[in-house]
Design a protein around this ligand. Structure first.
Ligand SMILES: Nc1ncnc2c1ncn2[C@@H]1O[C@H](COP(=O)(O)OP(=O)(O)OP(=O)(O)O)[C@@H](O)[C@H]1O
Length: 248
């Protein structure tokens, strides 16, 4: 069974225009998916729907076989435990007043997860390649790449099934970006990723499947390798043609 399925979802912020139009996709365990499209294509909006922050105007989102219901606290607790997110900006996504221990243990606290939180936090830090002796330090003491590792540790500490990453390497300088992509690659062996990016190169490195979004519609989806080798849609070809330019 899929971890999450998006079924014929449409969404508009206002009345006039649909930002997402009849979008369907399924995230299967162990098969990371890249969601690619130019700025404004609706990628972040789809993640907001998946996080239960906004509701579809039409269609539905399923977690396993249960319909996503943001008003149901019991459902949302189970859902959040299994669905954590990493955002683009490692500077604004960490609370500057909290220590590393406070930041990473926050999902364990808010989800009421039993066990030795300190030990779980240490294991998460180790998984992201950070030393265990930084628990008492604050975000301003770290570089952008280290902060993103802390944000990733927070996302994996409760052992979710799925991590949603929204342009999670886009704000990093090139060498840091390469290292964080490597980290995501290692993590993809343990947790499924839904990796949103405008950068096809990053998605090609990380995701077995790819979904191409153009102005709120899926224009192409399937196995990354096949789509990149033989893109069917002109929009995909345009995105592909711009890869060398983006990574130059
Ligand atoms: N809160 C909002 N209110 C109204 N319109 C919005 C809101 N958020 C996004 N939009 C519009 O929805 C469309 C899709 O935006 P979205 O952020 O989902 O795209 P995106 O593909 O993630 O783009 P980017 O890569 O630039 O983040 C855009 O036209 C945007 O202007």
């Amino acid at each position: 069974m899929s971890i999450v399925s998006v079924e014929n979802v449409s969404f508009g912020y206002g009345r006039d225009r649909l930002v997402l139009n009849d979008v369907s996709l399924a995230v299967k365990p162990g098969v990371s998916i890249g969601l690619v499209g130019e700025s404004g294509s609706g990628k972040t909006t789809l993640l907001r729907l998946l996080l239960g922050l906004v509701k579809p105007s039409a269609g539905r989102i399923l977690f396993g076989d249960k319909v996503l219901d943001a008003g149901n606290r019991g459902f949302m607790r189970d859902y959040r435990r299994n669905m954590q997110a990493v955002f683009q900006d490692p500077y604004s996504s960490l609370d500057p007043r909290q220590t590393v221990l406070g930041i990473i243990s926050e999902p364990l606290e808010s989800l009421g997860i039993a066990g030795d939180h300190r030990q779980m936090v240490s294991a998460a830090l180790q998984a992201v390649g950070l030393e265990g002796n930084i628990l008492g330090r604050y975000p301003h003491e770290f570089s952008g790449g280290q902060r993103q590792r802390i944000a990733i540790a927070r996302a994996i500490v409760a052992r979710p099934q799925l991590v949603l990453a929204d342009e999670a390497v886009s704000a990093l300088d090139l060498s840091t970006k390469v290292r964080i992509v490597e980290l995501f690659k290692e993590l993809a062996a343990q947790v499924t990723l839904l990796f949103v990016s405008h950068d096809l190169g990053v998605v090609a490195a990380l995701c077995e499947e790819i979904v191409i979004l153009e102005r709120g519609r899926i224009v192409e989806s399937g196995r990354t390798r096949e789509i990149l080798k033989n893109p069917q849609h002109p929009y995909t070809r345009t995105l592909l043609a711009s890869v060398p330019r983006m990574s130059a």
